[in-house]
Design a binder for this molecule. Structure first.
Ligand code: PMP
Length: 334
């Protein structure tokens, strides 16, 4: 029988799908890597597996243990899924800007969720980072993967995401585009692609306007899962050739276009990354490059954003759509 022992055996090996010419008419192909097809619904399943496996190997996590992590949701789902296999308890902290749907998903997996204020500094005792640290130190047998400093985060992408892209494109990928949260995806995947290509693959980060990676100060933005107000250890600046800043508005309008025109229901950080990828493709077209191939990583599903990005009222209220005029076309957000 062709049967798997557990859903965690299905993590990775996600497909590449052409986004052009459906989404934009560039001569340079732009291929999306669909991470929502992982069993936990996001790219973070990969790091959950690798971080837990490494912690078990060296005894930081033992049977009966508790996993504690500050997470905006996706890493929590991956960890909860892996924890279900081994019987670990999970406690997650997250900022209050994160959608209610995401909290509900974590609770559905049997995890405990602590909601913390978004508008406080990372070192404030009320921040979701500080609360996670406190819970971890006060709970016997607790282990925090700390995806912001854990080398098994970028290592997961160096071992899986990067090789998958190289294999699926037959070594023809020339540009890799990804949003930057912890930086694990872009650093690990980029490191592998640079190594196998002899350093020729260009690595481009996509960052919300206001975040530190594109020169901001951490000013609030609404796109979830990407952008930081601190520089995490998991981000390897040396791997990233350039960072493109993208507005919330452009990110969300592109996210809606992906669902409507390509049938790809994904989250806001995917729209953000696709806007950056199309900028790169247009530049390559303009430069007359004929053999380029842009791969853009799409981290998660749109199901967690139905009350926000895919809700017209929310889009109007935040000034991203003008009622009652027609919705802008993809051309106007580029
Ligand atoms: N998009 C979403 C929705 C995420 O949850 C994350 C992870 N924070 C990212 C993008 C960025 O991935 P990474 O942490 O590997 O930089």
């Amino acid at each position: 029988m062709d049967v798997y022992d557990h859903v965690t055996d299905l993590v990775g090996d996600t497909p590449l799908v052409r986004l052009t010419p459906t989404i934009a008419d560039t001569a340079t192909p732009v291929l999306g890597k669909l991470e929502y097809l992982n069993p936990g619904g996001s790219v973070k399943d990969r790091i959950a597996l690798s971080m837990v496996a490494a912690a078990e190997r060296d005894g930081r996590l033992a049977p009966g243990g508790t996993i504690v992590e500050p997470t905006s949701g996706n890493t929590g789902v991956g960890l909860a899924m892996v924890a279900a296999r081994r019987g670990y308890r999970c406690v997650f902290t997250m900022p209050d800007k994160i959608s209610e749907e995401k909290r509900a998903v974590l609770r559905a997996y049997g995890s405990e969720v602590i909601v913390c204020p978004t508008a406080v500094a990372p070192d404030d005792p009320r921040s979701y980072y500080s609360v996670a640290r406190r819970v971890c130190s006060e709970t016997p047998g607790a282990w925090s993967p700390d995806q912001y400093s854990n080398p098994d985060n970028p290592a997961a992408h160096e071992a899986s995401t990067g090789p998958e892209i190289w294999r699926a494109t037959g070594g023809r990928v020339t540009h890799f585009v990804a949003g930057i949260g912890t930086g694990g995806t872009i650093s690990g995947t980029g490191r592998h692609l640079k190594a196998v290509s002899g350093g020729t693959v260009q690595v481009i980060g996509a960052d919300p306007e206001g975040s530190v990676y594109s020169g901001g100060s951490g000013r609030p933005y609404l796109v979830e899962g990407v952008g930081e107000d601190i520089w995490p250890a998991t981000y390897d600046k040396a791997v990233v050739d350039r960072v493109e800043a993208v507005s919330d508005r452009d990110s969300f309008l592109m996210t809606r276009e992906l669902a409507r025109r390509a049938g790809i229901l994904v989250g806001g950080s995917c729209g953000l990354a696709v806007v950056a990828a199309l900028r790169v493709a247009r530049e390559l077209d303009a430069a007359g490059t004929t053999d380029a191939c842009v791969v853009v990583l799409l981290p998660d599903s749109g199901r967690g954003y139905l009350s926000k990005i895919f809700n017209d009222e929310w889009m109007y209220d935040n000034g991203f759509l003008d009622p009652p005029s027609d919705e802008p076309t993809v051309a106007s957000v580029l």
